[in-house]
Design a protein around this ligand. Sequence first.
Ligand SMILES: Nc1ncnc2c1ncn2[C@@H]1O[C@H](COP(=O)(O)OP(=O)(O)O)[C@@H](O)[C@H]1O
Ligand SMILES: [Mg+2]
Length: 377
Amino acid sequence: MDVPDSSAPVASFQQVWKRFGDIVAARDLNLDVRSGEFLSFLGPSGCGKTTMLRMIAGFEQPSEGDIYLHGSRVNGVPAHKRRVNMVFQHYALFPHLNIARNVAYGLKQAKPRLAKNVIDERVDEALDLVQLGGYQQRRIWELSGGQQQRVALARALVNKPEVLLLDEPLAALDRKLRREMQIELQNLQRNLGITFVLVTHDQEEALSMSDRVCIMRDGEIVQVGSPRELYDNPVNRYVADFVGKSNFFDGVVESTGDGRQAVKLENGQSLDVDLPTTGDSMANGHQVALSVRPEQIVLARDPARLPDDAAIVIEAEVRNRIFLGEHTEYLLHDDAFGEFLALAPRQVEASETPFEVDEKVYVGWSRAAALLLDNTT
Ligand SMILES: Nc1ncnc2c1ncn2[C@@H]1O[C@H](COP(=O)(O)OP(=O)(O)O)[C@@H](O)[C@H]1O
Ligand SMILES: [Mg+2]
């Protein structure tokens, strides 16, 4: 490899394709991984997340296109020559070695050889980082699943990688432990300043931990952005559906003009929608989905309480109610709109008293709350 360029992205995909026989696991990927960021690949099983990680690590080579690490093209450079480490879902620890020797394993292969006291020091340091100081002599089978995952992490960190690749590292842990480890991983990433690239199919995990999320489908990158960007400005229905909950109403564009579009919904309703400042208008007849987040739907017994610029006012029936602490989630039904969800914050409810199942309530949302999404991609 050439001299690293510190201004270049830590890792970069340029027009990368990966084929396994007839299967296309990566289609024309273009992505820069920024130095020091926490980036997640999010998408359903089989969409190519692990393949991307393995190409950064050097366990797979692209069929076409180039991979760069710090500005140097690394196609063909084997994994052990890259300053990249990977943590797997299945920890792949050595059961016959104690914790310290599991963690030291990679260091012992280093050339030129490292002195024993240097290895011991680095192992101690790595175990401290994952809060397993003092566990050096323990056996793998004496540890819980969460502790074993920490040993796997320590084994990667001990090599002081520039990029840590994490392939669904928490998938085997129960919910509570997973949440704890998410927070620990985030703290670790901030404290060490190492670039983390995480693969997950859990949207909550991706959104809560990452600086940026890369949403994938069928070997393609659909959108890359901060959790907030993806939530507020999804490029299509697929992203909006993946990132948080949303209601979708299908329709076609009827007319365009002056910062807004008129949409004819399948249910026969025509609605005015504000265009996002960044978005292009879509041609008349284009298939769209109107996306309205549950928290943007306003419920009231008195229609005067609905937003002044309400795009719509309907009377819907409350079908179900779930108390979620700060919010109450209502499942509503209207003959034209079908079933949809609304999330009422506690303070709204305090002024109205909660709506009852079977009650008819007024429902509205402001014109700007509805997003018009391409329904063809
Ligand atoms: N070594 C391989 N040989 C053949 N097909 C593979 C291989 N690795 C991955 N694939 C296929 O490539 C696609 C993407 O797989 P993968 O990257 O593991 O997805 P993900 O991690 O998102 O679940 C899948 O269809 C998978 O079956
Ligand atoms: Mg995978």
